[in-house]
Design a protein around this ligand. Structure first.
Ligand SMILES: Cc1cc2nc3c(=O)[nH]c(=O)nc-3n(C[C@H](O)[C@H](O)[C@H](O)COP(=O)(O)OP(=O)(O)OC[C@H]3O[C@@H](n4cnc5c(N)ncnc54)[C@H](O)[C@@H]3O)c2cc1C
Length: 435
């Protein structure tokens, strides 16, 4: 019987890992299996551009089946429902079509080694009405839904203005959470609104867009040095964003967010991006140790605390950095770094060699304010300490994060070809996805 290595979740960490495992082990003695609930992969940090329409996800997404064929792993389309550690099996939920007809019945997949890499979900902190009335930005479907609603609202306002040019009609958008997602989306929306007039909405422009960015903490971008966060806030305010810090949302109604002060912010679209927590797996993880935030506790080898054969990487795990006692932050760079250590340790475990400890290397944080600016800090080996960067250099560093991911999942040759194609697309394709 072949040794089966099952990876659940083909995101920033999982997809890089299956590529490495497939390339190393091939199909003869080993069976590398990716279980993923979506048929295609899109790198999560691009989702705000998909939501704003400035990126066509069809051009950047990766089909798991063809990727698996190329790199020597098998793709199982389905959602993890539970794990059975005694039998060493993962339970995959039944899949239904849009009419409720069962397409694939619940089934089990055997594993010798299992890697959990299923990411995180938005944390609404139990705030009433958020689930029902706010949009989220967790996957492509949600980003597409945001874009459709955005375009419909722009169309509505444009139509009103063409009938009555004195109308004060606006598109009002409220974003909760002043972290990277909220800040990047706010800037990207102004970029898209400015471009719409070239695509048939002649009477619409960015002056008809009102974005309110609401943050409970004292400042936006807490992961960045204060000076850079202030610089980003000034940039957003220059675009027209109403940035409200020290403001806590206590309820979301249909069409309005209610603050602790009692004040409410009316909005046509409300997006919740105020933090993440581990996703709940319906049937549980068979007693694996979890944090109160629902993340899987791992040792420094990235093995789960209670089971040597099960690893967890990326946003779904809680890995404590020895020097600081703090958890590794939920970032794409963390997931990519963990996928390298998990790969090394699975190979070592099979070869009965000692495992290595995961060492998190903080490369800094970069925030793209669309075409308007990029701010961030680079750290560690790259610059020998923390260095604040802004403008062109920061933009290049930001773009290179995605390029490294492309090389991580496609290898050098195809990765570089895709980077080149990306440049060509920027020239020949429309600046906005309008459908
Ligand atoms: C809008 C946005 C912008 C961001 N910007 C940045 C940034 O600029 N820089 C940065 O470092 N980080 C950024 N992040 C965070 C970064 O995207 C995540 O930290 C990173 O993607 C985590 O990687 P992961 O592999 O752990 O999980 P993910 O990339 O989220 O992948 C998880 C995968 O598991 C699949 N899955 C989930 N549940 C199941 C299940 N039950 N069964 C099967 N499959 C399942 C999902 O479909 C997904 O494909 C951003 C995130 C968002 C949402």
């Amino acid at each position: 019987m072949k040794t089966q290595i099952v990876v659940v979740g083909g995101g920033a960490g999982g997809l890089e890992l299956v590529r490495r495992l497939g390339a190393k082990f091939g199909r003869e003695k080993y069976d590398i299996i990716l279980v993923e609930r979506n048929p295609t992969h899109i790198w999560k940090p691009l989702l705000h551009e998909v939501a704003a329409g400035s990126l066509d996800a069809n051009l950047d997404e990766v089909g798991y089946r063809s990727h698996g064929h190329r790199w020597g792993y098998r793709f199982f389309y389905g959602s993890l429902e539970a794990i059975d550690r005694t039998k060493r099996q993962v339970v995959i939920a039944p899949m239904f079509d849009e009419n409720g007809q069962e397409v694939i019945a619940q089934h089990r997949i055997r594993y010798d080694y299992l890697v959990l890499a299923f990411g995180a979900v938005s944390n609404d902190f139990g705030t009433p009405g958020v689930k029902e009335n706010c949009l989220f930005l967790e996957d492509r479907t949600q980003a597409d839904r945001f874009r459709t609603k955005l375009l419909n609202n722009c169309l509505r306002v444009s139509r009103t203005l063409s009938v009555d040019s004195t109308s004060d009609a606006m598109v009002n958008i409220a974003i909760v959470g002043g972290g990277a997602t909220g800040v990047e989306l706010a800037a990207e929306l102004y970029n898209s609104a400015a471009a719409l007039r070239h695509y048939g909405l002649e009477v619409f422009d960015e002056s008809r867009l009102k974005v309110t960015l609401i943050e409970a903490g004292p400042r936006i971008l807490p992961a960045l040095p204060e000076k850079l966060a202030a610089s980003a806030q000034a940039e957003l305010e220059a675009l027209g964003v109403d940035v409200r810090t020290n403001t806590q949302v206590t309820r979301a109604d249909a069409g309005a967010l209610v603050m602790r002060s009692g004040e409410s912010v009316k909005a046509d679209l409300m997006l919740w991006a105020a933090g993440v927590r581990g996703a709940k797996i319906q049937g549980g993880l068979d007693g694996l140790e979890m944090t109160p935030n629902n993340q899987i506790k791992v040792r420094d080898t990235l093995q789960t605390t209670l089971d040597d054969r099960i690893f967890a990487i990326g946003d779904c795990c809680n890995c404590i950095i020895a020097e600081t006692g703090k958890p590794v932050p939920p970032r794409a760079q963390s997931a990519a770094q963990m996928s390298k250590t998990a790969f090394h340790n699975i190979v070592s475990l099979i070869a009965k060699k000692p495992l290595e400890a995961f060492v998190y290397r903080d490369r800094g944080s970069l925030i793209s304010l669309s075409r308007f600016s990029t701010v961030g800090s680079l750290m560690g080996n790259l610059v020998g300490g923390r260095m604040a960067i802004e403008g062109y250099f920061a933009r290049i560093a930001y773009i290179s994060l995605y390029r490294m991911h492309l090389i991580g999942i496609h290898g050098w040759i195809k990765g570089l070809i895709l980077i080149l194609i990306g440049h060509v697309n920027q020239v020949v394709r429309p600046k906005l996805k309008l459908h």
